[in-house]
Structure formats: structure tokens, C-alpha cells
Ligand binder design. Structure first.
Ligand code: MF3
Ligand code: CO
Ligand code: CO
Length: 260
């Protein structure tokens, strides 16, 4: 059944603008800790301490029994890898740290790519292509554009490079609930009439694989790997649609990817 679509009230929009954007600041903060020999569990704990210290809470822990505070997905992992003390970073790793925090009852969901020392040229190109895909998507955000039409703009850019867009996982509405309907497809399976409307809040989080788009879910019921073991990269931000355009809610001045 299709869930009811709720457009946010001006008062709520004011509220969300006032509440601190802790998710993005957590990603700014964690950058200096991403080094060889640190475990993803340690990174997860550092993020959680920072969130708590700033009067927020992680939306991940306990969400459908997810056991940790963030998702930290390395190399051939598409998304949702559970941080672990056994997963230690090494030179050449590329990783996505995905943080969702709640402050004043509002949710912010964002993720960025991080690298450990020298990475291969191939990984570097993938990370940039994934960022381009994200940027291309958000540049299409404007009231009354159709959600469905947008995937074509990404595909036109990344597919000629040999990459593919993950279809099994999508962006989502977010606000006072983690995952609200409808889905925000990066490459849609089905056509839909859904329009972008003012004051919608949703995430854009394309996952780009070096080779094929298919993924597989591991036995932990969370970790999503590429089926062909090729590397995968993702960038995510929470977006507010305004009457004429959009605002990136999970943006900070320290995020140097905005200059790229
Ligand atoms: N933050 C992820 C997303 O972008 C969802 C993580 S669900 C969790 O949608 F439970 F694993 F945290
Ligand atoms: Co998300
Ligand atoms: Co996320």
C-alpha cells in the first residue's frame, strides 16, 4: 500500500533549519581518524561519542535490530556494513561512512567516501564518478520535475565509463522517520508519476559499481556486497526542496568535496 505523502509545514521547516546539522559535522570530525590500523568499530564509537556530546542520537542503532551507530562500507561493499573490531583499515582501502543522527526529533542522513593513504587510480576514478552521479542528480531537483526522469542524467554520465548504478537500494524520504515512502530511485525499475514538490525532504545517495549493478546480501542480513566483487562508491546528502530550488541540509563549509 502506498503511504501517505506528507508535505512539511513552514513551522517544521523552520525547526529543521534550527536544529543542528550534526550528521555533517560528524563526517567532518571523523576524517582525521581514518587511517590504517584503526578498526571500523573504533571509528563507529568515535562517531557515536561525538553525536552524544552534541546532544544527538544515532538513528541506526536498533533500527530493525541494526547493532551499531553508523554503517562503514569498505571496497566491494555497496552499503550497510556493520562496524566490527575485526575489520581493520589498510592502505588502499576506500570506505563510505554513513551517519544518520537525530537532533530535536529531526533526522539527517549523509555519507561520504574516505580513503586510506594511497589508493589506486581505479578507485580514485570511481569515487569521483560516484560524486559526479550524486551532483548530477541533485542538479535536477526542482519543484515539479519527476523523480523518475532523473536517472537518465546519471546513467548518461557513468554508464559510458563502464560503471553501473545500483538499482536494489534507493534514496528515501526522511524527516521525523528514518525511511519514509516513496523511494528516491537513482536508476528506476518502474516508471512513476511522482513529482518533486516544495518542502519535501529526501536523500540522494547513488551507489556506483565499477562493474555490474547486481548486489548480494550477506548472512548478517545487513551487509550488501557487489555480486562480482567489484568496488562500489557512494555519496549521500539530505535535501530540502524549496519553492524554487533546493537546499542541501547536510552540507558544511569543511566538506571540501563541495569545491571539487
Ligand atoms: N543510512 C542508511 C541510508 O542511507 C541506512 C542505514 S540503516 C541502518 O539509508 F540501520 F543500517 F543504520
Ligand atoms: Co539514506
Ligand atoms: Co545513510
Amino acid at each position: 500500500m502506498k503511504e501517505k505523502i506528507i508535505i512539511k509545514s513552514p513551522k517544521q521547516i523552520e525547526g529543521i533549519r534550527k536544529a543542528s546539522n550534526l550528521t555533517a559535522r560528524t563526517l567532518d570530525m571523523i576524517w582525521e581518524f581514518v587511517k590504517a590500523w584503526i578498526s571500523t568499530e573504533e571509528l563507529d564509537n568515535i562517531c557515536n561519542e561525538f553525536i552524544l556530546k552534541n546532544w544527538g542520537i544515532s538513528a541506526c542503532i536498533g533500527y530493525h535490530w541494526f547493532p551499531k551507530y553508523t554503517c562503514i562500507s569498505l571496497n566491494d561493499t555497496v552499503c550497510h556494513w556493520i562496524p566490527s573490531k575485526w575489520q581493520v583499515l589498510k592502505e588502499g582501502d576506500i570506505l563510505n561512512i554513513d551517519v544518520t543522527s537525530i537532533v530535536d526529533w529531526y533526522f539527517w542522513d549523509a555519507s561520504r567516501m574516505f580513503t586510506v593513504w594511497e589508493i589506486t587510480l581505479k578507485s580514485d576514478k570511481l569515487i569521483k564518478a560516484a560524486h559526479d552521479a550524486w551532483k548530477i542528480w541533485i542538479e535536477q531537483i526542482k519543484p515539479w520535475n519527476h523523480f523518475w526522469d532523473i536517472w537518465y542524467y546519471i546513467a548518461r554520465h557513468v554508464e559510458p565509463l563502464g560503471y553501473s548504478i545500483v538499482m536494489d537500494y534507493t534514496g528515501h524520504w526522511v524527516w521525523i522517520n528514518f525511511h519514509e515512502a516513496p523511494h528516491v530511485f537513482h536508476k528506476a525499475k518502474k516508471w512513476s508519476w511522482e513529482e518533486i514538490k516544495p518542502w519535501m525532504i529526501f536523500t540522494v545517495e547513488p551507489m556506483i559499481n565499477v562493474w555490474k549493478h547486481q548486489s548480494k546480501l550477506l548472512k548478517d542480513n545487513w551487509t550488501v556486497k557487489t555480486k562480482d566483487w567489484s568496488f562500489s562508491a557512494q555519496w549521500e546528502h539530505t535535501i530540502l526542496v524549496t519553492e524554487t530550488w533546493y537546499e542541501i541540509l547536510t552540507k558544511t563549509d569543511k566538506d571540501f568535496w563541495f569545491k571539487y
